[in-house]
Design a protein around this ligand. Structure first.
Ligand code: S3P
Length: 173
């Protein structure tokens, strides 16, 4: 089976679901944001603050390029990674792209209190989430498999992804 690249907005459960998936499949779990933090020896929030978002996007692209070459991986990407075609191309080389979806209200609920997400650490996070979701939706829709995470546990979502992957591989060779 190919690598699995998890995409989707912040708070859709990519990291938690990714860990479960990797365990179930005997794959290695790679979290792109954690790789970036290790590489820069800084938290994502600090990278945004000190270097700015464009610099973060460059490191993100480099990191995705480097990890996508591996095998038997579940790769969890940051919510904005889909915005660069290069990232999608790299992830697709050896992998299937799975997007996790949730409504703005659910994302708001799941990310409340999180100080680690600079883009939504603003006065009106719900408005920002809606705004970003609207811009990103067409990019998320480029995924090979779309999974709705609304009212489902991470284990249920992981199971659903495995089923969808089997069906996808059957019909796409
Ligand atoms: C971002 C999502 C974050 C992280 C950074 C930017 C985004 O990752 O990469 O804060 O642009 O949506 P998560 O989706 O894992 O929270």
């Amino acid at each position: 089976m190919k690598n699995i690249a998890l995409t989707g907005f912040m708070g859709t459960g990519k990291t938690e679901v990714g860990r479960i998936l990797a365990k179930r499949l005997g794959y290695i779990f790679v979290d792109v944001d954690s790789e970036i933090e290790k590489k820069r020896n800084m938290k994502i929030t600090e990278i945004f603050k000190l270097d700015g978002e464009p610099a973060f996007r460059e490191i993100e692209e480099e990191t995705i390029g480097a990890v996508s070459g591996g095998d038997r991986l579940v790769i969890s990407t940051g919510g904005g990674a889909v915005m660069r075609q290069k990232n999608m191309d790299n992830l697709r080389k050896k992998g299937i792209i799975v997007c996790l979806a949730a409504s703005a209200a659910t994302i708001m609920h799941r990310t409340r209190g999180s100080k680690d997400r600079p883009l939504i650490n603003v006065e009106d996070p719900l408005a920002r989430i809606k705004e970003l979701l609207a811009v990103r939706q067409p990019f998320y829709e480029q995924a090979d498999i779309m999974v709705d995470t609304e009212s489902k546990s991470p284990v249920q979502i992981a199971d659903e992804i495995i089923e969808e992957m089997k069906a996808y591989e059957k019909s796409n060779g």
